[in-house]
Design a protein around this ligand. Sequence first.
Ligand SMILES: *Cc1c(COP(=O)(O)O)cnc(C)c1O
Length: 226
Amino acid sequence: MSIKSNIKELLAELSGSNAKLIAVSKTQPIEKIREAYAAGQRLFGENKAQEMIIKYQELAKDIDWHMIGHLQTNKVKYIAPFVSLIHSVDSEKLLEEIDKQGKKAGRLIPCLLQVHIALEETKFGFSSDEIVALLNAPALLNLKNIEIRGLMGMATFTENKETIREEFRLLKKLFDQLKEHKLPLNASMKELSMGMSSDYHIALEEGSTYVRIGTAIFGERNYSTH
Ligand SMILES: *Cc1c(COP(=O)(O)O)cnc(C)c1O
C-alpha cells in the first residue's frame, strides 16, 4: 500500500466523525513526508523538538506541526515560533515555559493537557484530579500566551480492546465534565486527542477529535537509522 492510498483510506474512515488526521512522521525521512503532503495531508506529528525543526525548515510552510511527545522545558524555545498544537503538556512547569516562549515569539500557543489514563506506570501525564486543580487555579489566568484547547491521552499498550475502550471512555468522561465546568478564559474543551494506528477505531467510537497515526500511513518505523 502506498502512503497516498493509506491516507485516502483513513480519511474515508474519518469522514463520518469529527476527527482530524495527524500523520505521525517521527523518524520518517523527508521524502515520505513529501509523499503524504502530495496526497493533501497538512497535519503532521513529531515527538522530538530537534527533528521537528529540521523538518519544518525543509518542508512547505503551510504544514501544521503538532508536538505529540514528551517535551523537555529546555526544548520549548525551538518550536515556540511555529508549532501548531502541543498535545503533550504534562506538567505545570512545562505550561509556564510554553507561555514564556509564546510571549517571546509574540504568539498564543495552543496546548492540550495530557492525561495519564493507562494502567502502565511509564506514561507521562496528569491525573484527572490534577487536571481539575490546574484548571481551577487562579494562576492559570496569568498565562496569557497559551490556550488550552482540550485533552490528550494514550491507552495502555495491550491487545485487550476492552481495556483500551475503558481508558478512552474515562478520558472522554473527564473531557465532557470539564466542558460543563466554568473554565478560565484561556481554556476550553474542544479537542480530544486519542487513538493511534492500533486503536484509532476504538478512539473514534469513543469521541476522539484528533487521531495520531504513524505506522498505518508510513509503515513500520526504522529507529536504527536515527
Ligand atoms: C508514535 C506515536 C503515535 C503514532 O503511533 P503509531 O502506532 O505509529 O500510529 C501516536 N501518538 C504518540 C504520542 C506517539 O508517540
